[in-house]
Design a protein around this ligand. Structure first.
Ligand SMILES: [Zn+2]
Length: 63
């Protein structure tokens, strides 16, 4: 299971929930896909890159 990047300033203190995981091997495409998912899901979510996992994650802030 992916873990949250605690260094991300957008992540809530509670940690939130990972709702999407996009491997970083695809680079910019994965980053853009994460951004698209965030736009679609609305204000409760944000996306960030986790260097430990080498992946872009979409986080549900209220999770
Ligand atoms: Zn975050």
């Amino acid at each position: 299971m992916p873990t949250l990047a605690t260094r991300c300033r957008q992540c809530p203190p509670s940690g939130g929930t990972v709702v999407a995981y996009l491997p970083g091997q695809e680079g910019h495409r994965s980053g853009h896909r994460a951004w698209e998912l965030t736009q679609r899901t609305g204000h409760r979510h944000h996306d960030h890159y986790d260097p430990d996992l080498d992946a872009f994650l979409v986080i549900d802030n209220d999770g």
